[in-house]
Design a protein around this ligand. Structure first.
Ligand code: CO
Length: 134
């Protein structure tokens, strides 16, 4: 069921500054910022060849990552995203295995325009897991 690691997401307090760090100090290839008001975030993607790093900055008043930044003012790792072929089959399999899916369990459209679901961090050593159908 588990496919490739699609990206590792980091929440940052200042997206432009973080993009400059990755571009300038690491020579990384950083995408243009993309505002996703329906998700309450602005994102850039960094292509690492075998995977991607997603940098997330809160957007708007009730951004779902604002609380994360309150607890981690310097930013930090927010989630891992794995590819799956069939998100509904993956969800049903995980639920049958006793894993918890966040929200109402219905996939939403993620940053790449593809269906995504999130798994409860308490089931995965405190790590939020995103599944993306590719
Ligand atoms: Co993500």
């Amino acid at each position: 069921m588990l496919g490739k690691l699609n990206h590792v997401a980091l929440v940052v307090p200042d997206l432009a500054a973080a993009a400059d760090e990755w571009r300038g100090r690491l020579g990384a290839s950083v995408s243009a910022p993309q505002a996703l008001p329906e998700h309450g975030v602005t994102v850039v993607f960094i292509d690492t060849g075998n995977s991607k790093i997603e940098l997330l900055e809160p957007l708007g008043e009730d951004s779902p990552i604002a609380r994360f930044l309150d607890r981690n003012p310097d930013g930090g790792m927010h989630h891992l995203c794995f590819e799956v072929e069939d998100i509904i089959a993956s969800r049903d399999h995980l639920l049958a295995e006793g894993a918890r899916v966040l929200g109402d369990g219905e996939p939403r459209t993620g940053a790449h325009g593809k269906p995504v679901l999130f798994l409860h961090p308490k089931d995965w050593a405190g790590t939020l897991i995103e599944l993306e159908q590719v």
